[in-house]
Design a protein around this ligand. Structure first.
Ligand SMILES: [Zn+2]
Ligand SMILES: [Zn+2]
Length: 145
């Protein structure tokens, strides 16, 4: 059975269950940024899975895009993804500066900035606020303070 969800990255309807993917990195000003998107298996295979690799003890880090040595100066992007019933995947990618910027631009093009979910004005988002959660549990958030 297909999925009703369209891939956040390529916009095509996912043939299988979408893969919930979290991206995070530290901005130049030291602020951690977090993004979330549901993407199709194809996009995951081309953009996320290649980032997952282990570096042996003394092996030097290399940029996953161009392969240059980034051991002394990498610009890391961290990805966690949940593919259906499969296990959670994690990737710590030691990009070079150029490809870190390129990857971030790709993520920013479609992923949801989850840092703005709390306390942000505007339309209702997917996640529930604390007061909504309390109401859903049958409790009035204005009572019992
Ligand atoms: Zn896709
Ligand atoms: Zn690179």
């Amino acid at each position: 059975m297909g999925s009703l969800v369209k891939c956040g990255a390529c916009g095509e309807r996912c043939g299988t269950r979408p893969i919930g993917t979290y991206f995070r990195w530290m901005r130049a000003d030291g602020v951690w940024k977090h993004y979330y998107a549901r993407i199709c298996a194809g996009c995951a295979a081309s953009k996320v899975l290649p980032l997952e690799r282990d570096y042996a003890g003394t092996e030097r880090l290399t940029c996953p895009s161009c392969g240059i040595d980034t051991d002394d100066d990498y610009d890391a992007i961290y990805v966690t993804y949940f593919a259906g019933k499969g296990p959670q995947g994690d990737a710590d990618a030691p990009f070079c500066n150029v490809h870190a910027a390129e990857y971030r631009t790709w993520v920013l093009g479609f992923a949801r900035d989850t840092d703005n979910d709390v306390g942000a004005p505007g339309p209702l988002r997917e996640s529930m606020s604390a007061s909504q959660t309390l109401r859903a549990l049958g409790r009035d958030p204005n009572v019992g303070r």
